[in-house]
Design a protein around this ligand. Structure first.
Ligand SMILES: NC(=O)c1ccc[n+]([C@@H]2O[C@H](COP(=O)([O-])OP(=O)(O)OC[C@H]3O[C@@H](n4cnc5c(N)ncnc54)[C@H](O)[C@@H]3O)[C@@H](O)[C@H]2O)c1
Length: 398
């Protein structure tokens, strides 16, 4: 197997990461998904591509912090205490770096395209063990929801800042020669006014999520500058598409409209986002891996700024529900009114631009939620974290 095609995808069970993984599998690539399965990480997003029923959990080095996974039952065919099952998969624990190396070697020599490592990105020892086997790391893993960062910034500091630092430090310490693609965000620029942001615009993040992402973004640049590692940064705008966790605007509104429930809209609903279809986002990530210059930043904008209220009305119209379902609720504290990116640099240097028509992509997305009720019902009905979050956040509104 060509090492050039072997990639680690952090956050590969999340929204954008799992879309990336599915496409990589279709392209015949070999992918190691590195994910801690937080509330937003859904194993079902990639489960159909796991050819073996085992996922591996390294327990050496610094222990993953927030692995609150309750293993449902022990396997009776394996040594007690060494493996458990999670949603139909065995979780096999690796206690030494040698065990991890053996698992990787066996997998790399096999036909299997997907391997799952259940681990926290902040575990430096795991990174040092696995990096030599791969050529590329695509780093999606992060806490990603602004609203949750307002409730508590701490997990964002751990995952987004310390997690990114851990990857960088492992690269530095192991003198790894591969490429890191860091997925940052348009929110690092803060609120847009009359012009879209270029990569040279000042960074003025204004909420705990975007501050954590800015810190990670600049940490990556500093390791390129200071230690000469090979890393490229992309700053995508608001993504939408299939498999997005139903706390973000488009899936939340779609699902609530399908359920005929009130749609909680922040304030006047006139906040604007530069929507980017997830397929375009992934194409931008791929282009940056292949053609990006180390240390450079590339904006990946959607070219399609839309007001939240207009997006919600389009969703209602696609589903055939009345606009009377819209319920204006108290605005998010410190809410940025607008994000807007100039993606000219990505167009010139990477040959990338967004291809999707917003209305068509929105229809495709809504149709996916219509066709995949089991997927989101699992989250709504079984995920206590989602219930707790929704209650805490919208208790005054919806
Ligand atoms: N969704 C967007 O609109 C958008 C826009 C711009 C940038 N981004 C960035 O893209 C990336 C992916 O976003 P998303 O929307 O797919 O996120 P998501 O919340 O859907 O998924 C995040 C994934 O990261 C994993 N994860 C979180 N903390 C981890 C940790 N400490 N160790 C290992 N895994 C961990 C989760 O389990 C989950 O699978 C993030 O870095 C985000 O900041 C997202």
């Amino acid at each position: 197997m060509d090492r050039q095609k072997m990639t680690i995808v952090t956050g590969g069970c999340g929204f954008i990461g799992s879309n990336y993984v599915r496409q990589a599998i279709e392209k015949g690539e070999k992918v190691l998904v590195f994910d801690a399965l937080t509330y937003a990480g859904r194993i079902e997003n990639i489960q159909e591509h796991l050819s073996q029923k085992v996922i591996y959990q390294p327990v050496f080095g610094s222990l993953p912090r927030r692995l609150s996974i309750e293993c449902a039952e022990c396997s009776d065919s394996r040594p007690a205490g060494n493996d458990k099952s999670i949603e139909g998969l065995f979780v096999e624990k690796l206690f030494t770096t040698d065990q991890t190396e053996d698992v990787l070697t066996e997998w790399l020599e096999s036909e299997s395209q997907l391997l799952f490592l259940l681990a926290d990105v902040s575990n430096i020892e795991v990174w040092q063990t696995i990096l030599p086997y791969f050529q590329t790391v695509i780093h999606f893993a992060a806490e990603t929801h602004v609203d949750r960062s307002i409730l508590s910034a701490e997990p964002f500091i751990f995952s987004d800042v310390h997690g990114t630092f851990a990857i960088l430090d492992a690269i530095r310490k192991s003198s790894w020669k591969g490429r890191l693609l860091h997925v940052s965000t348009d929110e690092v620029y803060g609120e847009a006014k009359d012009e879209p942001f270029t990569e040279d615009s000042p960074l003025q993040p204004r909420n705990p999520y975007s501050v954590a992402k800015t810190s990670a973004d600049r940490m990556v640049a500093s390791f390129v500058h200071t230690y000469g590692i090979d890393a490229v940064i992309v700053r995508p705008s608001n993504n939408f598409g299939p498999h997005q966790y139903p706390e973000k605007l488009i899936p939340l509104m779609t699902i609530r409209a399908l359920l005929n429930q009130p749609l909680p809209i922040y304030g006047d609903g006139l906040q604007e986002r530069d929507w980017l279809f997830v397929k375009d986002s992934i194409a931008g990530v791929r282009a940056a891996v292949e053609k990006g210059r180390s240390g450079e930043v590339y904006n990946l904008g959607g070219g399609s700024p839309q007001k939240n209220i207009d997006v919600v009305k389009k969703i209602l119209s696609l589903i055939g529900r009345p606009e009377s379902l819209i319920k204006h609720v108290k605005d998010r504290p410190g809410h940025d009114r607008k994000y807007w990116l100039d993606f000219g640099k990505a167009e010139r240097e990477l040959g990338w631009k967004p291809e999707a028509d917003f209305d068509q992509a929105l229809e495709e997305t809504v149709n996916w939620y219509l066709a995949n009720k089991d997927w989101w019902k699992t989250v709504l009905e079984a995920d206590q974290e989602f219930k707790a979050f929704f209650q805490a956040w919208y208790q005054a509104g919806a």
